[in-house]
Design a protein around this ligand. Structure first.
Ligand code: HEM
Length: 433
């Protein structure tokens, strides 16, 4: 399972970068929303602000970053041929931004028109992205667990989207559907199918490559996406038969499988060949520990019914999943992927003329480390705020500042790229004149 990369197929650098640079802005928006709404927002998973904040993170932060990663990763690491990536990005990127803003404001204002507008926006953006990436993934000659994981993640994204659109339409029309059970199913496909399987598929590749660890065991790499898909399909069938009754087993089973992935990743990182730690490693370890804490928390909730029935229990799990697992992992990955892409494109540009800056010169390690510390502090405060509402405003502010710092660091890397590229171009022009 050794990675083979084909950089000839890499899309122009602005294709993934526009998504990567947008993601932190929605993180800032989610933090500011919490700072403004205060502790009431976290009283239950159903408050309008909690639903808005959830989607600022899942489709604003996570989906933006993941779309950028897909458009880069599928051609380079999965050998898939993406049809006109710049045109696709030019259409999908603004549509996603608008649809996310519409959905967040729809939750806050409960205006039916906004739900319908958001549903149309997402259908167009993700419909196009799904077709283009789907065709590339189904035609690639490459084989292996990463391809299987990417295919399953894409299917899960389509199911999540379909359920999200159904929910938005149901709310807008005041339909008498089983919205609660449908929401659980939508959340499970979105977080357990799309986000986690994509994270796993990308990890099989980038954890050994960037963190110099041994490869993931083949049985786990192959089995995890299939097991999660199997559980989600079984959950959906059960839903079709009996709505939400009897679905707890699928939830706990899915978390058990996810914990195996987390424990394996931590074990592989422990066995890495170069023992020097970097910031990405810290982000990744935080993400994997958060995944394990979710499993332990669910077991505790099962043992303590009083706690399980507290509406804040679900908010605790959501906070761990969104900020603890996914924002941490994506933040850490961006710190490797953005400098790496910079370096790669600059190297292609300058050929033998000059040496591009090293990856370490793109974003100062000290700045990444400080931002990690801030992210960790924000995560701890956010988790505490679930039980102590007085902490909600400072927690929201801290999270917003952490996301702003991430954005600032990424912008710094883009600046290094632009300065060096312009110098090379000027050098070539001098040479010619
Ligand atoms: C692709 C990524 C997505 C993920 C991971 C995701 C995740 C979630 C989660 C976790 C919840 C539950 C929130 C809670 O319990 O507080 C939820 C609810 C909801 N989602 Fe999404 N979502 C996604 C996309 C969408 C899209 C594209 C739409 C609309 C077009 C949408 C519409 C909704 C609606 C309407 C609800 C709440 C239903 C209610 O109030 O009963 N979601 N989503």
């Amino acid at each position: 399972m050794h990675p083979e990369l084909s950089f000839e197929q890499a899309p122009p650098i602005d294709v993934p970068f526009r998504f990567f640079l947008t993601a932190p802005l929605f993180g800032i928006a989610a933090g500011v929303l919490l700072a403004l709404a205060g502790g009431d927002m976290l009283a239950s998973r159903w408050t309008p602000a909690a639903l808005a904040g959830t989607h600022l993170l899942v489709v604003g932060f996570m989906l933006q970053a993941m779309c950028g990663a897909l458009l880069q990763f599928v051609p380079v690491a999965a050998g898939g041929n993406i049809w006109r990536p710049r045109l696709v990005a030019t259409i999908v990127h603004p549509l996603l931004i608008v649809a996310t803003i519409l959905l967040a404001t729809a939750f806050l204002s409960q205006r039916p028109m906004l739900f319908i507008g958001a549903a149309h926006g997402f259908a167009l953006a993700l419909g196009l992205l799904g077709i283009v990436v789907g065709v590339a993934l189904w035609h690639t000659p490459a084989r292996g667990p990463t391809i299987v994981a990417l295919r399953i993640a894409l299917v899960a994204l389509v199911v999540t989207l379909a359920l999200g659109i159904a929910l938005a339409t149901g709310i807008a029309r005041n339909a008498e559907w089983p919205l609660l059970a449908l929401t659980d199913l939508h959340a499970a496909w979105g977080l357990g199918g799309w986000a986690l399987v994509l994270l796993a598929g990308v990890s099989y590749f980038v954890v050994p490559m960037f963190q110099l660890t041994p490869a993931y065991p083949a049985w786990l790499a192959r089995g995890l996406p299939l097991a999660l898909l199997g559980l989600l399909v079984a959950w959906s069938v059960q839903f079709a038969i009996a709505e939400n009754s009897g679905t707890q087993g699928f939830f706990v089973g899915g978390l058990g499988v996810s914990s195996l992935f987390a424990a394996t990743t931590l074990h592989l990182q422990h066995r890495r060949r170069r023992k020097v730690g970097d910031t990405t490693l810290l982000f990744f370890r935080t993400a994997m520990l958060a995944l394990l804490v979710i499993f332990v928390s669910v077991l505790a909730f099962l043992a303590l019914p009083d706690l399980r029935l507290d509406p804040r229990a679900a908010v605790w799990l959501g906070m761990l999943a969104l900020v603890g697992v996914f924002v941490s992992a994506i933040n850490g990955m961006l710190y490797k992927i953005v400098p790496f892409l910079n370096w790669l494109h600059l190297q292609k540009l300058c050929g033998l003329q000059a040496l591009p800056p090293t990856m370490h010169q793109m974003i100062p390690e000290r700045s990444m480390r400080r931002q990690f510390q801030l992210h960790l502090a924000a995560l701890i405060l956010l988790l505490a705020a679930v039980w102590l509402p007085v902490l909600a405003r400072p927690a929201g502010l801290l999270f917003a500042v952490s996301c702003a710092w991430l954005g600032w660091n990424l912008l710094g890397a883009v600046n290094v790229y632009l300065r060096f590229r312009n110098r090379i171009r000027a050098g070539v022009a001098d040479h010619r004149s």
